[in-house]
Design a protein around this ligand. Sequence first.
Ligand SMILES: Nc1ncnc2c1ncn2[C@@H]1O[C@H](COP(=O)(O)OP(=O)(O)OP(=O)(O)O)[C@@H](O)[C@H]1O
Length: 331
Amino acid sequence: MANPLSSAPAIRVDAVTKRYGRTLALDAISFEVRDNELFALLGPNGAGKTTLLDILCTIVRPDSGVAMIGGFDVVTQPLAARRRLGIVFQEPSLDDRLTVLENLDLHGLVYGVPRKLRRQRIEEMLALVELTEWADKPVRTLSSGMKRRLEIARALVHDSEIMLLDEPTVGLDAQTRDRIWAYIRRLRSERQITVLVTTHHIEEVEGCDRVCIMDHGKVLALDTPEALKRDYGQQVLRIVPRDDDAGKQILARYADRLAGVAGEDILLNSDDGFVEAFLAEYGGRIRALAVEVPSLETVFLALTGRALRDQAANARERTLAFGKRGGEHTR
Ligand SMILES: Nc1ncnc2c1ncn2[C@@H]1O[C@H](COP(=O)(O)OP(=O)(O)OP(=O)(O)O)[C@@H](O)[C@H]1O
């Protein structure tokens, strides 16, 4: 069926609020996702991402505000909205006793996809997620990465134009995560679909068109990764003090530069001159130090005062590892 509101954005969220008892899970949030966009919702646990997805896929009703899928209101026109969606939930929802093919076929049947078209789509999707050879195997024999791939395939057996993926890579190893993202990008370009994906892995959103950063049920920022880094990114010095006493002294001395604390790490807003000045004063009282260049991680830190991940070791950083005796270091 042609979309009667074809000029409408793929997803529109307007002042949506949802409360669970005393918890304000969503606090009047608004944004739009354009057609064929790869759009990420980034936020820590409890930010409200799943609640928002549950509203978009018509499982949960908002207390107030409007949410639209392809121009259809999720509260007043849930069936029309739902038909346009392909959904991959956080919790696996495949039938383990059925084969790969049976799972896909059942889904197509439920959505009323005619038999011939169903066969064709299933074949296409299995090829895309590289599971053709597994078609007749029971789902219980698949690895967790393969099950995720199958769920992605299943979400696209009907006429879905908009795909919602809730933490699609959670619990998967780095290699499998990369593969899942490769499928998502391919799908977007080959099937011209719109993708909204939630994640709390910051490195995963670098390749998305736009990123919406959420915390405590609010949108803190929404833009392309480049624009976010330009507007909010900053150089941060990540320090591991030698002991509690040193930590307290650093915190007191640089309170005006404090960007956040993550476990035993102290994060200070930095600039090139500051690193040398800090080392001259505290070089002997720290165990490790890393200079983090502006990244989505430092954007998140600037916006929330919290780090999204505890480990700060990756290629973007120049790390100085300090030896057992204070002051010795290797670059
Ligand atoms: N059914 C519910 N009943 C009560 N509180 C809920 C319910 N669902 C979510 N919440 C609360 O609403 C807030 C937002 O939760 P939500 O699951 O949407 O966040 P999230 O960003 O998706 O986090 P996660 O990645 O852990 O799923 C949290 O404080 C959560 O405890």
